[in-house]
Write a protein that binds this ligand. Structure first.
Ligand code: COA
Ligand code: AMP
Length: 634
């Protein structure tokens, strides 16, 4: 099949408003828009201004009304508990109605925020949809984050309610969420009045009187009640998703209702080649953008079936876990992070588990979240015999910015490139002064404003921070903070971040936030955290600490304290296992720590002595301490 990509992209370029008006036909609107795009609203404009809709209606109700009542909407497959549950669209509607009734009874109203701190259970998606139904704004916090991170989000979002599970289940370990929730509520300045706790049998928990209510009891009592879908503005917020910024204060990415509905529904057909009734599996977590967009929302927007998987690619129980899920549930499209495939490849290099399952339903593998290395892509192509599509996006966009659009007909694959810009994205490469670079040259990847529907219109209560972070440096453009290349044929290559974000097992983390934690240790005078290459997780953090003079405790004890401190303050997901004591940190004459040079040394990449370095001898010291840990020059 020849690709229709060029025609479709040109169609968008020629008349973007007509393109997005046409795409919006797939959505049920209570009231049509006054303007497809209103440049006067928000920091750079708003999509579908004046339109009214409801996200839950589009995800659930309309499919029940249009003949999908008995089709599974969600398939919950928990490899860690060995249970499965199929939830039809009709059942999902009942569950969402009941929970929506509970929310209203507990005083949650339109525009109120609700934090969801839950494991990968279907109730998490029910909670998201129930909020959407009544026009409340949800903010899901990933379970791998510790109490302090949760407290930061509570103080920023100021929720009226938190919905939580009593625990999450990691292989061989029950992670008690409830104590972390209690601690976070205690730490936060904003006081949360009501919590709804889904108590799991693996971790029964005491409920705090007058604050905590049992999720199951409350929903059981409300079963059978019907709550009409609230009429919300297309531009009203659907959710806030916090993501790492360059400081310890995460950025509250806002997603609106209308633009999100349109872009995600469009992407399911054009990019993922998925039709109503087919089974789509994003093996991620609802705490991340991938989980929001492609576990909870997009498959439901089009009436497909979404898998919610509680488990890992390996170890639950083995490297055949993904193939079991695909064969049992007839998955057409699998979407995950390259790190999952690196983990499988490491355990089962010959792909012997693959041969044990019938994978005939699988048509595509999509990878995103970090750079997909060519070895992993080729291994997956060879072992699975389906197209393996690397695509690039960010929490901020909520859907792919560059991809090989399977539904429009695939373009030739170039290894190392997530292929081409999607309609809506005019991707350009600028030098640091804001001038376009020559095709094929490395520079700052930017997107010409306005961003397309579904992209963040702003940060939660922080228009100024939005502008500072994304639009001030290159006026007229959105700064992606990725560096890369666009080649002669328009293929995009993403090389690295231009800020302090690192990607650990596809999870986005801020080294700046880790530095803030390390600096709080009483014996640490200064510190620097860098991301170093890791064969499994892509990158892992490595912290350098300089001790205050006069400290007499053993360096190894303080390093261990630092590891524990980051686990406690940020969470296990930071995968911070390496703290190294150094006498001094290499800096420029103006005092900037040379993190980039340290990272190159650790990764054995070519590096030059920076012209602005204050004292070259310090870099030699760093080389020595790294070598002592078996890192860097051998
Ligand atoms: N709640 C509590 N703790 C969690 C958690 C959760 N929801 N998710 C992860 N953790 C913990 C893990 O148990 C681990 O703790 P440990 O240090 O005690 O071992 C730590 O956080 C790091 O987790 P993770 O990054 O998942 O590493 P892992 O070694 O357990 O597994 C992979 C490695 C590659 C198997 C895993 O990262 C994976 O499946 N990745 C898939 C890709 C993905 O989901 N990407 C998301 C964006 S698309
Ligand atoms: P997140 O917001 O967690 O989705 O992380 C977004 C960042 O992950 C991007 O800015 C990139 O740095 C990186 N990323 C995502 N997808 C890819 C990809 N396909 N190739 C390279 N980097 C990617």
């Amino acid at each position: 099949m020849t690709s229709r990509y060029k025609d479709v992209y040109r169609e968008w370029q020629t008349d973007p408003l007509a393109f997005w008006a046409h795409a919006a036909v797939a959505i049920d609107w209570f009231k049509p828009w006054d303007k497809v795009f209103d440049a006067e609203q928000g920091p750079y404009g708003r999509w579908y201004a004046g339109a009214q809709c409801n996200t839950c209606h589009n995800a659930v109700d309309r499919h029940v009304e249009q003949g999908r009542a008995d089709q599974p909407a969600l398939i919950y497959d928990s490899a860690v508990t060995g249970t499965q549950r199929r939830i039809t669209y009709a059942e999902l509607l009942d569950e969402v109605n009941a929970l929506a009734a509970v929310l209203i009874d507990k005083g949650v109203g339109k525009g109120d925020r609700v934090i969801i701190y839950m494991a990968m259970v279907p109730e998490a998606i029910v909670a998201m949809l129930a909020c959407a139904r009544i026009g409340a704004v949800h903010s899901v916090v990933f379970g791998g984050f510790a109490a302090h991170e949760l407290a930061t989000r509570i103080d920023d979002a100021k929720p009226v309610m938190i919905i939580a599970t009593s625990c999450g289940l990691e292989p061989g370990r029950v992670v008690a969420y409830k104590p972390m929730l209690d601690k976070a509520i205690e730490q936060a300045a904003h006081k949360v009045g009501t919590c709804l706790i889904l108590v799991r049998p693996q971790q029964p928990h005491e409920l705090v009187a007058d604050r905590d209510f049992d999720y199951a009891d409350a929903v059981a009592a409300a079963r059978g009640r019907k709550v009409p879908c609230a009429v919300v503005e297309a531009t009203d917020p659907l959710y806030i998703l916090y993501t790492s910024g360059t400081t310890g204060q995460p950025k509250g990415v806002v997603r609106d209702n209308g633009g999100h509905l349109v872009a995600l529904a469009w992407s399911m057909g054009a990019i993922y080649d998925t039709k109503p009734g087919e089974v789509f599996w994003a093996a991620s977590d609802i705490g991340w953008a991938v989980g929001h967009s492609y576990i909870a929302y997009a498959p439901l927007f089009i009436g497909a079936t979404s898998i919610i998987y509680e488990g890992k690619p390996v170890g639950t129980p083995d490297a055949g876990a993904f193939w079991r899920v695909i064969s049992e549930h007839k998955v057409k499209v699998l979407f995950t992070a390259p790190t999952a495939f690196r983990a499988i490849k490491k355990e089962d290099p010959k792909g012997e588990f693959i041969a044990r399952y019938d994978l005939s339903s699988l048509k595509y593998l999509f990878l995103a979240g970090e750079r997909a290395d060519t070895d992993t892509i080729k291994w997956a192509e060879e072992k699975l015999g389906v197209p393996v599509i690397d695509h690039w996006w960010q929490t901020e966009s909520g859907w792919p910015m560059a991809a090989n659009p399977a539904g429009l007909g695939m373009l030739p694959v170039k290894y190392g490139s997530p292929t081409v810009p999607m309609p809506g994205y005019d991707i350009q490469v600028l030098d640091d002064a804001g001038h376009p670079v020559k095709r094929g040259d490395l520079g700052n990847i930017v997107v010409k404003l306005p961003l397309p529907p579904s992209c963040l219109p702003t940060l939660w209560n922080a228009d100024k921070r939005f502008c500072e972070a994304y639009t001030s440096e290159f006026p007229g453009y959105y700064k992606t903070a990725d560096a890369g290349i666009v080649d002669e044929e328009g293929y995009v290559y993403i090389m690295s971040r231009t800020d302090d974000i690192i990607n650990v097992a596809g999870h986005r983390l801020s080294t700046g936030a880790m530095e803030e934690v390390l600096s709080s240790h009483p014996d640490v005078a200064e510190c620097a955290v860098i991301g170093i290459a890791d064969h499994l997780k892509g990158q892992v953090p490595c912290g350098f600490i300089v001790l205050k003079s006069g400290v007499t405790r053993a360096e190894s004890d303080i390093e261990q304290d630092c590891v524990v401190l980051i686990r406690e303050r940020i969470g296990p997901i930071a995968a911070f296992k390496l703290a190294i004591t150094a006498k001094r940190l290499p800096k420029t004459r103006s005092g900037k720590i040379l993190r980039g040079t340290m990272q190159k040394i650790a990764d054995q990449e070519p590096w030059n002595m920076p012209a602005t370095i204050d004292d070259p001898a310090i870099l030699d010291e760093i080389i020595v301490v790294l070598e002592a840990r078996g890192i860097g020059r051998k």
